[in-house]
Design a protein around this ligand. Structure first.
Ligand code: DPM
Length: 358
């Protein structure tokens, strides 16, 4: 008989009776994301008892500062990692795009779930209903604190103005609807969908308008790297194609030394075992930019057995072909090297300095 992931925690009747505690931030989106993963785990492991432990993080408390100005990369994740480390929780569900490309020692991403739409979406002030970024009047103010979104959209829609907007999704929607400060805001389509606010999406931005952030739209489960039981359990949640795309994207960002606060954007696709990655860096106003594309074969045919401890940009995925993961990581690094050879570091360094001085 195949042993389950809990050979060491089965009781005399062979029933799994361990309690798994899931850490989450208190925001509605974080709760929805955690509940979603909990449902998946319940279906896969009906005998496991799941407990949800909600905590607020520094990132949730500092609501008046633009995300890109806070500096601390792991603002939303650190306190949850502390809880993991202290064994207060066993796993934490994050938006992959909020996880740094290098995780602190002792942690790993044990699951990357199938990606929702990775694209950004436009949410209009009700009075602008029917308009698009193109047709909004000159000088209309668009709310976003993402340097990546602002850089691309400033270049593409020069008649628009861009202003920071902070807070969780609920707060932002309220700021949009109840005031006259913004004509529209830009948010990730995935978050809007998870919140059940698809009806507010007036426009989804394709790569020609706005390429997405590394990892956008994918959920990640962070665990203790040495907790083999939990790692094995959550690994069944991995979605191979998403894993490979996100490894390439994260390797690209890591090589560029970019955090969540640099104007870096990507677009990936897997088709017929070919993984393509387009990556770009921008100056803050989008006037300067570099964009290149590369592809690699991620054919799982020549399966290489996975070594026990291998992580790729923080992801542990024993059940996804190692050779494909290696190829995906190399693709990201190669594309970053190509952009670096064309001057990407100068663009990013200048962007960082200007942003810090804002
Ligand atoms: C990161 C950025 C933003 C979040 C930067 C970026 C957006 C910040 C802003 C790294 N994290 O995208 O260029 O708009 O001021 C975040 C959201 C989600 C995860 C919300 C959003 C939900 C979508 C997902 C915030 N993190 O981007 O609208 O799961 O990918």
């Amino acid at each position: 008989m195949e042993e389950g992931p809990y050979k060491c925690v089965r009781d005399g009747n062979g029933t799994v009776n361990r309690v798994i505690r899931m850490g989450t931030r208190k925001s509605q989106l974080a709760r929805i994301q955690t509940d979603y993963v909990a449902e998946k785990l319940k279906t896969l492991y009906p005998d496991v008892h799941l407990e949800i432990v909600a905590m607020s993080t520094i990132g949730d408390k500092i609501l008046d500062t633009a995300l890109s100005k806070i500096g601390e990369k792991s603002l939303f994740t650190k306190e949850l990692e502390n809880a993991l480390e202290r064994n207060e929780v066993d796993l934490v569900v994050h938006s992959l795009k909020d996880l740094p490309t290098t995780l602190p020692n002792g942690f790993t991403i044990g699951a990357v779930l199938q990606r929702e739409s990775p694209h950004d979406a436009v949410v209009l002030h009700p009075k602008n209903s029917g308009l698009t970024l193109d047709t909004l009047p000159d000088g209309s103010v668009i709310g976003t604190s993402s340097l990546r979104r602002a850089a691309q959209l400033k270049k593409r829609f020069p008649h628009l103005e861009f202003k920071d907007i902070r807070g969780n999704l609920n707060t932002r929607l309220k700021k949009l609807d109840e005031k006259e400060d913004y004509a529209a805001i830009i948010l990730a389509a995935a978050g809007l969908k998870r919140m059940g606010w698809e009806a507010r999406v007036s426009q989804v931005l394709g790569p020609e308008d706005c390429m997405y952030a590394v990892g956008q739209g994918a959920l990640a489960v962070e665990v203790r790297a040495r907790d083999c039981d939990i790692l094995e359990m959550v690994s069944t949640l991995h979605h191979s194609e998403t894993v490979l795309r996100c490894i390439a994207e994260r390797a690209f960002l890591r090589r560029l030394e970019g955090g969540c606060s640099v104007p870096v954007a990507v677009n990936t696709e897997v088709k017929d075992s070919v993984l393509s990655l387009t990556g770009a860096v921008y100056s803050l106003d989008g006037a300067d930019s570099l964009k290149e594309a590369m592809e690699t074969s991620v054919d799982p045919g020549n399966k290489l057995e996975s070594a026990a401890d291998i992580q790729h940009v923080g992801v542990t995925a024993h059940n996804v072909p190692q050779c494909a993961q290696v190829a995906a990581e190399k693709l990201g690094v190669d594309l970053a090297n190509l952009l670096l050879s064309k001057g990407a570091m100068e663009i990013l360094t200048t962007a960082r300095k200007l942003n810090d001085a804002r």
